[in-house]
Design a protein. Structure first.
Length: 557
């Protein structure tokens, strides 16, 4: 029996917006399409709204926990800061959309901002995160990499030649070449949820750097910026001010780059505590996020940090209160009836070992020895134990078995989702809008939505490096041009002219288009008699129209 899930399977932003209408409504201001946020001069700016139920919050009432689309938002400050980032991005986009389209109401602004943010999350997941996990080879094999242009569908050249001759109706052809497959399910597999995608627990380190900025009060900053100091002079002024603040113990420590190095975030001591988010003196959520950008993860292996092995959900001051996440992962797999590690290798087309001596070369001798010491048979190896014992593939962070399971799941999350951001259809983004989304990176979003971070490495999922991943100024990142979402009164049709909103026209022999508030919407005209088309239009016009070529190919040879 499959277990039930409270969350949607799709990569749809529900972690930010909620998975039910009630959850979504509770997070909205119902004004200007925005989400609720806390604004208080004594707190870091633009925080998430506080949860009504604080029964599980260990830092309440001094530092209440938050609410968002996922109830685990305050499980740890590291999770909270990611929620804050996308929460801010929604409100930033909603504010701009309301200026571009002042006639839009709250509902339309909210839904469009949500659609854009959800697309950004999906694009970052498929374009930046997933290739780092499974490697570009597996990503290409399972067709999970986003396109560089166009919609998620095959080109005419990629389609089988015979299909041009056997297709009677254009709609059938579009169904064939569309990336979306309505017959498949995006359901999250047990193997993915209970084991393969939990490889990240091996990556977690107990202590993460907590990097804060030099805090220059607003009056002093205004005074500095009022004069035309060259950059070197400004640097000297800020250096002098930082020395004054240091002598007054305003900061705990200033490093060689004139930044405040505060104590690291201790994963073991911050489960269900929100006080680090409220700590404005240390930079609040922005300083935690910056710490993530400059901190390396642990390696993917069978070793898990004691913060998760012994102190999961522990209470400060109670050394006996923690749980063991690795054991929970293994037990969860058994409770869900997940097949063994060797069975999954067989399912993935990999060699299935018949004994411990036959375990794959992707495992070290020490890993094989450890597994044989606790499992009676090689077929008893739990999936989580097996995949975390594999050596990562070149260019990936996981071994072949985990990569197979993860790639297969993300492939279905892409092709089985009608609302996947690259899909064609009535709900689609215009090509101009899609190109804007394709230029979004996690680094660019961080720059757009943080208050004092001015430089970030281009690849957020890699450590900064002076040769390959040098931090650059935030203004050098691509900024989404939301003017592409302007609600125009007409649509430009290439090689045809303009159509007014609501106007439809036959713009080509076999294609009709309608101008809508969301842009141009075109569809094929079903041709029942190709000879009539050939008589009415020139050969050049017909061959330029893909809809004609598909339906009347036998007449064009």
């Amino acid at each position: 029996m499959n277990s039930t899930s409270e969350l949607t399977a799709f990569i749809d932003g529900s972690v930010i917006y909620g998975s039910t209408l009630c959850e979504a409504d509770d997070l909205r201001t119902k004004t200007g399409g925005k989400l609720k946020e806390i604004s208080n001069i004594d707190l870091p700016p633009r925080l998430l709204p506080q949860a009504e139920d604080q029964s599980q919050c260990r830092s309440a009432p001094i530092a209440p926990c938050f609410t968002s689309g996922d109830e685990r938002v305050s499980q740890h400050p590291g999770i909270t800061v990611i929620h804050i980032l996308f929460h801010r991005e929604h409100n930033r986009i909603a504010g701009i959309l309301s200026q571009i389209n002042p006639h839009w109401n709250d509902e339309r602004i909210y839904q469009e901002a949500r659609r854009i943010v959800s697309a950004e999350i999906a694009h970052i997941s498929y374009n930046e995160y997933l290739p780092r996990i499974i490697g570009f080879g597996m990503a290409d094999k399972y067709n999970v990499l986003p396109r560089n242009e166009g919609y998620f569908s095959e080109s005419l050249e990629e389609a089988p030649v015979m299909i041009l001759y056997v297709t009677t109706y254009l709609s059938n052809f579009l169904y064939r070449v569309s990336g979306y497959d309505p017959t498949c399910e995006a359901t999250i597999s047990h193997s993915f949820a209970t084991a393969a995608f939990r490889f990240g627990h091996s990556l977690s380190r107990r202590f993460v750097e907590h990097r804060s900025p030099i805090r220059i009060t607003s009056p002093l900053r205004s005074l500095i910026n009022e004069y035309s100091f060259v950059d070197s002079m400004k640097f000297l002024v800020i250096q002098g001010l930082s020395n004054i603040y240091t002598r007054n113990n305003f900061f705990s420590r200033i490093n060689g780059r004139y930044r405040n190095d505060t104590p690291p975030v201790d994963l073991a001591m911050n489960f269900q505590y929100a006080d680090a988010i409220y700590d404005r003196e240390r930079g609040g959520p922005d300083s935690i996020l910056l710490g993530f950008l400059i901190s390396s993860s642990m390696a993917t292996d069978r070793h898990v940090s004691d913060a998760l092995r012994n102190f999961l959900f522990s209470t400060r001051g109670d050394s006996q209160s923690g749980l063991d996440l690795a054991s929970i992962n293994i037990m969860r797999g058994r409770d869900h009836g997940v097949p063994s590690y060797t069975t999954h290798r067989d399912m993935c087309g990999l060699d299935r070992p018949l004994s411990f001596n036959g375990l794959p070369d992707e495992m070290s001798s020490s890993a094989i020895e450890a597994l044989s010491s606790v499992y009676e048979s090689v077929d008893d190896i739990d999936l989580f134990s097996g995949i975390t014992s594999e050596t990562p593939m070149p260019g990936a962070m996981v071994g072949p078995t985990a990569a197979c399971i993860i790639a297969e799941q993300f492939s279905r999350l892409k092709k089985c989702d009608r609302f996947y951001y690259e899909n064609d259809g009535p709900q689609r983004f215009s090509l101009d809008q899609l190109q804007q989304i394709r230029q979004v990176t996690l680094s660019s979003l961080i720059c757009e939505n943080q208050d004092w971070i001015s430089r970030v490495q281009p690849q957020s999922f890699s450590l900064p490096d002076k040769h390959l991943n040098m931090p650059i100024d935030c203004h050098d990142f691509h900024h989404v041009d939301l003017s592409k979402w302007s609600d125009k009164n007409e649509c430009d049709v290439p090689n045809y002219g303009a159509l007014a909103v609501g106007e439809s026209s036959r713009i080509a022999p076999c294609t009709s288009c309608t101008c809508t508030h969301d842009g141009l919407r075109c569809r094929a005209i079903v041709i029942h008699n190709c000879e009539t088309i050939i008589e009415k239009f020139s050969s050049k016009e017909i061959t330029k129209d893909l809809s004609c070529v598909i339906q009347c190919a036998q007449f064009l040879r």
